[in-house]
Write a protein that binds this ligand. Structure first.
Ligand code: GLN
Length: 207
């Protein structure tokens, strides 16, 4: 399985390790590709979009022409896990013109919503699909204000969605790559048929 990690800003090695751990549980061999340029995403079976600074990430994705390739990846039904700033970039509306959203996830987000109260915090989180709570690390995290009809809420904190799924896209406000627990990577990238059957038609034709 070719795993692409968007690497225009950082937070890459932690995600790569989390994917390797999750993949080991499925006996799936993974090759990790760091994405800084256009032309690599079409060969990826699954994609990860890490946190960082959403304005910077979205600007670099557009500048390099990677934005269209991510849209084609999702349109082809291939899994994408977007975390924190990645969630903001994946959304339909970040309520901030400086973020060029990819519009692959029908949610509205409030950047730094938690940040105004507390810069970062950690909490045990109940996630549907997981038996035990997930230890979630929130760092200047966004809040999801509004979700569209096709969006399933996987976890809430203080009444707001902080993990969602829409088709092949899973997005979290928190940083699942910062703990040794790779269950969120597992449910996003290896759940069900994804484990041994990455989307059959590569996105090349659409890219
Ligand atoms: N709040 C940041 C932003 O708006 C995201 C923070 C993070 O990814 N940890 O981009």
């Amino acid at each position: 399985m070719n795993v692409g990690v968007i690497a225009v800003q950082g937070d890459v090695s932690e995600h790569a390790e989390a994917v390797r751990r999750a993949a080991a549980g499925h006996d799936v061999a993974v090759e990790v590709t760091e994405i800084r340029d256009a032309g690599l995403v079409p060969d990826c079976d699954v994609l990860l979009m890490p946190g960082g600074e959403s304005t910077t990430i979205s600007r670099l994705l557009r500048q390099e022409g990677i934005d269209e390739e991510i849209r084609a990846h999702v349109a082809a039904g291939k899994p994408l896990l977007a975390t924190c700033a990645g969630l903001i970039v994946a959304s339909d509306d970040a309520k901030d013109d400086r973020v060029a959203t990819l519009d692959v996830l029908d949610v509205t987000v409030d950047r730094n919503a938690f940040g105004r109260q507390a810069d970062s915090f950690e909490a045990p989180l109940d996630v549907t699909e997981l038996d035990e709570p997930f230890h979630a690390v929130f760092i200047r995290a966004p809040v999801i204000d509004d979700v569209g009809d096709g969006v399933e809420v996987l976890a809430e904190w203080d009444g707001d969605p902080v993990a969602v799924r829409q088709g092949p896209v899973v997005a979290t406000s928190f940083h699942p790559e910062l703990t040794p627990d790779s269950r969120v990577h597992d449910l996003a990238l290896f759940a069900g048929s994804h484990a041994d059957a990455p989307a059959a038609d590569g996105g090349e034709a659409d890219a």
